[in-house]
Design a protein around this ligand. Structure first.
Ligand SMILES: Nc1ncnc2c1ncn2[C@@H]1O[C@H](COP(=O)(O)OP(=O)(O)O)[C@@H](O)[C@H]1O
Ligand SMILES: [Mg+2]
Length: 260
C-alpha cells in the first residue's frame, strides 16, 4: 500500500429543500472519503442528488445536517478570508453548460478567478500559458464564447476551473453538452490533469463511458449511497471497467440495492 492521504470526508450529509408539501429530501445521509489524487466518479439517475452533493462541497449550498471535512477542517466553519480561500484556491468547478461570460474572451474568462484573488500579472500570464497548452486552447484565447465550438468552450471552462491550481476539481456532468468526440477529448485531458497533475477530481456523470475514466465510482440513488465500484489495481482495462459500470447502472434503474 502506498501512502494514501485523505483530502475530503463527507459525513452523514443530508439536505432537505422546501417545507411541508414542497419538502424534498435530496440527500438522506451520505458518507464517503476521498483520497488525494483520486478520480472519483459520482453516478445516479436524474434527481438522485448529485448536483446537491457537489454544491454542498463547493459551499454554494448549506447542508441540513452532516459535515464536510477538508484535511481535518470542517468547511462550514470557514468564514471571511478562509472561506474565500477555500472557494478560490481549494475548489475548482466545471459546469455542464460551461457558464462562460459571453462578453469576455477566453483569456479574460480564464483569468477572472485570478483577478478576483489579486494574483500578479506575470504569474497569471505564466499560469494561463501552461494551462492553455495543456488543454489545447492556446490558439483561441482571444475568441469570444460565441466564436468557439462546444468542446472548446468546455476546455476554456476547464482552464478557468484549474487556473488557480485548486486541490479539488468538481465537475458536474462536464460532458453532458458535448458530442462523443469532444467528450473523449475532455475526458482524456481530465485524466491527464489527474495523473500528471496529481489533482483530485470529483466528477458527476450519468454516462458509463465517462465514468470508466475514473478510479472509483459512487452510485447514488434517492439521496443515498447505493453502491461503490473501484477499478481493479491490477490494471483493469477501461473496457472491462465499463462493463462492470453498465451492470450497476442497469440495477440503479430499478433493481434492489446492494445485490452485487
Ligand atoms: N433549489 C431546489 N429547490 C427545491 N428542490 C430542489 C432544488 N434543487 C434540487 N431540488 C430537488 O432535489 C432533488 C435532487 O436534485 P439534484 O441534486 O439536482 O439531482 P441530480 O443532480 O442528481 O439530478 C430533486 O428531487 C430536485 O428536484
Ligand atoms: Mg444535476
Amino acid at each position: 500500500m502506498n501512502m494514501e492521504k485523505e483530502i475530503l470526508q463527507v459525513e452523514g450529509l443530508t439536505k432537505t429543500y422546501g417545507r411541508n408539501e414542497n419538502r424534498t429530501e435530496a440527500l438522506k445521509g451520505i458518507s464517503f472519503r476521498v483520497l488525494e489524487g483520486e478520480f472519483l466518479g459520482i453516478m445516479g439517475a436524474s434527481g438522485s442528488g448529485k448536483t446537491t452533493l457537489l454544491n454542498c462541497i463547493a459551499t454554494m449550498l448549506k447542508p441540513t445536517s452532516g459535515r464536510i471535512v477538508l484535511r481535518g477542517q470542517d468547511i462550514f466553519g470557514f468564514r471571511g478570508g478562509k472561506l474565500a480561500d477555500y472557494r478560490g484556491r481549494e475548489i475548482g468547478y466545471l459546469f455542464q453548460e460551461f457558464e462562460l461570460l459571453d462578453n469576455l474572451t477566453a483569456r479574460e474568462n480564464i483569468l477572472l478567478p485570478l483577478s478576483l484573488h489579486g494574483v500578479a500579472k506575470r504569474q497569471a500570464d505564466q499560469s494561463i500559458q501552461a494551462i492553455s497548452r495543456l488543454l489545447d486552447i492556446a490558439g483561441i484565447l482571444e475568441k469570444f464564447p460565441s466564436q468557439m465550438s462546444g468542446g472548446q468552450k468546455q476546455r476554456v471552462a476547464a482552464a478557468r476551473a484549474l487556473i488557480s491550481d485548486p486541490a479539488i476539481l468538481l465537475a458536474d456532468e462536464p460532458t453532458g453538452a458535448l458530442d462523443s468526440k469532444n467528450s473523449k477529448i475532455l475526458l482524456d485531458k481530465l485524466a491527464e490533469v489527474n495523473h500528471a497533475g496529481k489533482k483530485t477530481i470529483l466528477m458527476v456523470t450519468h454516462d458509463a463511458g465517462a465514468a470508466s475514466y475514473c478510479s472509483r465510482i459512487l452510485f447514488i440513488r434517492d439521496g443515498q449511497l447505493f453502491h461503490e465500484l473501484r477499478r481493479s489495481l491490477s490494471g483493469e482495462s477501461t473496457a472491462d471497467f465499463y462493463e462492470r459500470i453498465l451492470t450497476v447502472t442497469a440495477q440503479l434503474g430499478g433493481g434492489s440495492a446492494n445485490v452485487l
